[in-house]
Design a binder for this molecule. Sequence first.
Ligand SMILES: Cc1ncc(COP(=O)(O)O)c(C=O)c1O
Length: 380
Amino acid sequence: MFEDVVAYIRHLFPGRESIPLHEPVFAGRERDYVLAAIDSTFVSSVGKFVEQFERMMRDYTGASYAVATVNGTSALHAALLVAGVRPGDEIITQSLTFVATANAITYCGAQPLFLDVDRDTLGLSPAALAAFLREHTEQTGEECRNKTTGRRISACVPMHSFGLPCRIAEISDLCQGHNLMLVEDAAESLGSTRHGRHTGTFGHLGVYSFNGNKTVTCGGGGAIVTGDEKFAAHAKHLTTTAKKPHPYRYEHDEVGFNYRMPNLNAALACAQLENLELFLAAKRRLAGQYQEFFRHRAAISFVVEPPECRANYWLNTVLLADSASRDLFLNEVCGAGIQTRPAWELLNRLKIYRHCQTDSLANANWLADRIVNLPSSVRL
Ligand SMILES: Cc1ncc(COP(=O)(O)O)c(C=O)c1O
């Protein structure tokens, strides 16, 4: 039923027995930088590559401040704490996201509240957010409270799914109007922009991941970006064990975390970032080919970047007609040695998050039945 799709993907990645969903490319100065880090003996949490990485992230995204972390999940956790999230709070996010988004909320002692996504961006829907805020919350002084639970809602964490920018400017306006801190989960969307502005830089804080499957990888790594000097200083402090600066005394003024990115990983990240625009051009070329192919293929639609956006097309995505054809597609294409995968299980369906409040999730439920991610590695 999907022989033409199998043949086309094989033609895109010639000479490959099995085709992975996303594999890294080390075609730049990765070896040189990693060896330089080893030769310097600074392989751990201090070193010139960590500073260089933070500078490169600032320069690339246009954020005023960047803090390197050991992975994207720890970056999210620290960003939420810096945003003032407290135990007992509720945090608005989307149900269609990777589990790390909700886990980071839980690490703070807070509880996620899952709202719907838009069908075109696959990210948090401002219409759903506005409806929820209107119908289910009230302002008490400076705080937004959930009328059902009486709990404070302190922040909102939208996610740019598969690198497609969500309607972040509208979400930002809603957050501002309701005293919600905005923490962007841009783990998947490094290089994606809306109106020329980088995803991750619309919120009070934004977070990226450099995991092995991401557009830019350093094995494992993360970053927090912000335009606020105090947030940046607090993020750096919290992620580096909250040690007060002193040449030899070990004094810690809050319970911090060892969330530091090792210099060895930062060396890899710097070399990868040097090639980011090259990677993005290659990924956009691939997305263009998929788009053209699926334009002529009935019953499967390719998800294109929203208007006035540039997507990094981290994972190319198609929508099948229904869950039955999605499963047929996955069985046949995976069976042919081509890695494809469905959307994550909606987080509200996981046993660990089943108790959390949701809205109708009409679009998320619809999408969860239809989404398939296609091989999306950079081809140079
Ligand atoms: C949406 C989202 N949030 C958070 C993360 C967590 O990042 P990491 O794997 O670097 O901890 C990931 C990716 O892995 C992700 O896709």
